[in-house]
Design a protein around this ligand. Structure first.
Ligand code: NDP
Length: 309
């Protein structure tokens, strides 16, 4: 079987060595735009060029090196008859839960203020946390959102989740579809976005949505930058509707140095690190799926390209 690795990684051998270990019989090549077609059976890709699909029309499946396929489904000649497979968790959900829990705990327990007090040499107790004051709403209840929601529910925050379909999750109130979005927002003070970026979710977090959250809202965006209308968040912060924002993803990455977020004390910025792709776990998952396909078995994680996730 032939596998083509297509990602702008300066050290692709870090991936291909692992693939070879997992699939010793496979013939593995690294994509180069000038190389002739290698007749690949499978492509393992991250932001591939359109030329890939012209050159390799016989692919049996395309594996995306990430959970989000927003960049891949935009490639105009992505073949419609070939399964596109996304990463399912692969070690990312726990990282995301950790990242979100860290910030929710830090904000609700006033940790920044204690740090400032330390700098000022002050020993002063602040008001203890009332969890009922911090209802959490998780946008998206997929692999990542469910893990985030369960983690915060385990810490006894009131937790709601919003998704397309309804879910029964212990400690999490499920809201489904457009019709229940208002109800979800009305129950939410800490909004956490884990949605995939699609035509229906782009620009979802705008001024109107932010205005429907509980007062003194907090926004944590770990989905994609294009879910959030930046100037609307700036306005909501200036008006005091939103008091804190934690942003890991941005419309333009790296975030331009002139962007207003950099100078807002209410905004915490991280450079798209809330969940890193773990090579071992990723290649184990993809390798197992390739073996399953070779044996004619069904696999999970196939993207509905029309729907966009
Ligand atoms: P999943 O596909 O497992 O889950 C997506 C969830 O979003 C599902 O619950 C789905 O509902 C819901 N959803 C999608 N569209 C809508 C809609 N229009 N209205 C309501 N709900 C909707 O994805 P993952 O959890 O694995 O990943 C989510 C996203 O997280 C990725 O697409 C990626 O963009 C982002 N991500 C960010 C990373 C980072 O480092 N910042 C790392 C990894 C991922 P339903 O279940 O009903 O279909």
């Amino acid at each position: 079987m032939k596998i083509l690795f297509v990602a702008a990684d300066p050290k692709p051998e870090r991936w291909t060595n692992l693939i070879q270990q997992h699939l010793p019989d496979a013939e593995i090549q690294v994509w180069h735009p000038d190389s002739p077609s290698c007749g690949a059976d499978y492509a393992i890709v991250w932001h591939p060029p359109a030329a890939l699909f012209d050159k390799e029309p016989q692919l049996k499946a395309i594996f995306n090196l990430g959970a989000g396929v927003d960049a891949l489904v935009k490639v105009p000649n992505l073949p419609r008859n070939v399964p596109v497979v996304r990463l399912e968790d692969a070690g990312m959900a726990v990282q995301m839960a950790e990242y979100v829990a860290y910030h929710v705990i830090g904000i609700t327990r006033d940790m920044d203020a204690y740090r400032e007090q330390q700098t000022a040499g002050q020993w002063k107790l602040r008001r203890p946390i009332e969890r009922s004051d911090w209802p959490v709403g998780v946008l998206g209840l997929g692999h990542i959102g469910q893990r985030v929601a369960r983690t915060l529910a385990g810490l006894e925050y009131p937790v709601c989740g919003w998704s397309r379909s309804s879910y029964a999750i212990d400690g999490v109130r499920s809201f489904a579809g457009e019709a229940e979005l208002d109800g979800f927002l009305g129950e939410t003070r800490v909004l956490i976005n884990t949605l995939p970026l699609t035509d229906s979710t782009r620009d979802l977090i705008d001024y109107s949505l932010l205005s429907r959250l509980r007062p003194d809202a907090v926004v944590i965006n770990v989905g994609r930058g294009e879910h959030l209308v930046d100037e609307d968040l700036v306005r909501a912060i200036e008006e005091g509707r939103v008091t804190r924002a934690v942003l890991d993803v941005f419309r333009e990455e790296p975030l331009p140095t002139t962007h207003p977020f950099w100078n807002m004390s209410q905004v915490s910025i991280t450079p798209h690190v809330s969940a890193r792709t773990l090579r071992e776990a990723t290649i184990t998952q993809i390798g197992d799926k390739i073996l399953a396909l070779e044996q004619g078995q069904a696999i999970s994680g196939i993207v509905d390209v029309q729907r966009g996730y």
